[in-house]
Design a binder for this molecule. Sequence first.
Ligand SMILES: NC(=O)c1ccc[n+]([C@@H]2O[C@H](COP(=O)([O-])OP(=O)(O)OC[C@H]3O[C@@H](n4cnc5c(N)ncnc54)[C@H](O)[C@@H]3O)[C@@H](O)[C@H]2O)c1
Ligand SMILES: O=c1ccn([C@@H]2O[C@H](COP(=O)(O)OP(=O)(O)O[C@H]3O[C@H](CO)[C@@H](O)[C@H](O)[C@H]3O)[C@@H](O)[C@H]2O)c(=O)[nH]1
Length: 332
Amino acid sequence: MSGQTTVLVTGGAGYIGAHAVLALGEAGYQAVVIDDLSTGRREAVPADVPFVHGNVGDPACLADVISQHGIRTVMHFAGSIVVPESVQAPLDYYRNNTLNSHTLIEACVRAGVERFIFSSTAAVYGIPDVLPIDEQSPTAPINPYGRSKLMTEWMLRDAAAAYGLRFIALRYFNVAGADPKGRAGQCSKAATHLIKIACEAAVGRREEIMLFGDDYPTRDGTCIRDYVHVSDLADAHIAALRHLERGGESNIFNCGYGHGYSVREVLDTVERFAGKPLSVKVVGRRAGDPPELIAVQKRIVSELGWSPRHDNLDTIVSSALAWERKLAGVTV
Ligand SMILES: NC(=O)c1ccc[n+]([C@@H]2O[C@H](COP(=O)([O-])OP(=O)(O)OC[C@H]3O[C@@H](n4cnc5c(N)ncnc54)[C@H](O)[C@@H]3O)[C@@H](O)[C@H]2O)c1
Ligand SMILES: O=c1ccn([C@@H]2O[C@H](COP(=O)(O)OP(=O)(O)O[C@H]3O[C@H](CO)[C@@H](O)[C@H](O)[C@H]3O)[C@@H](O)[C@H]2O)c(=O)[nH]1
């Protein structure tokens, strides 16, 4: 019975992890969060969810939590996520994303954890030759962030073969939006994601938006991305968990909608919901930005039965803007 299962959620005080904790509660699971609060916020974790202020690189802490809560399933969100920072400080990224994941996987194997769900990324594909991107596309990450996450996929694959731990790696495309009920959203101190930045500008928290390049070979010259609503992504984790509980095999799944929007289309949508123009300055291309990233999502739909509820840019943008207004204390 799902009601008996307690899931250890690493990084559950962060943006995506907090939405997964809400989805777990709604699906009848108990969650326990471990988070070092390096970018997360304690308030993001509901009061009735046990919270451990700890690091996933600490094997003693992990062993305690796993045994104390009888953990058989782990969802691993904890990590460092800023691509340009990973270029500046690659060893920090390999430590936090790769070494600390190794410590966590090892603790899980030692304690007999059976199921492991991992936050991977479309960044493992690098700049793909063929679009849209399916899971068989070559993995060729172009930055330390993508490599640090791909190595964790490899560790999981090898640990699954050797020790019987079963895993699902979800390769997220561009995650955006906020909980439709306003309980969670993105809180980064130094935002880098387009929709977050545009919403900050819409509520007056930043003066202008830099648009990185309008000379790409796309329909309007700006980059195209497959934006996926964070609550749909949280649901994908529940679908992955149920698959593993049914005895399903380890696998890797893209998590996107299979279609995309350009930077200009996103900015137009934010302006429409904000009811005012944004100040947008076109600057040069940002290093390492592929012109277009679109998922083939057939595998997750057919094998996990994922059925997204918010596949709509208006829903993504309006929920992100509502959250930003809440953070800024703006009433509209
Ligand atoms: N946001 C995206 O667009 C995106 C896209 C693809 C993949 N991902 C992956 O999803 C996961 C979650 O990303 P997010 O956007 O919620 O980021 P986030 O920064 O909001 O959340 C990460 C959380 O992990 C915690 N954390 C970091 N290192 C830790 C450690 N060593 N021990 C314990 N806690 C630690 C942070 O305090 C934070 O609460 C990451 O693994 C990221 O690589 C995110
Ligand atoms: O201020 C900004 C921010 C972004 N962009 C552009 O908007 C698009 C989307 O950028 P961003 O929101 O930063 O997302 P990505 O760089 O596509 O990367 C995200 O999506 C990837 C998966 O596709 C994940 O691996 C990464 O972790 C996550 O940051 C890109 O063309 C950027 O150049 C701007 O023009 N101005």
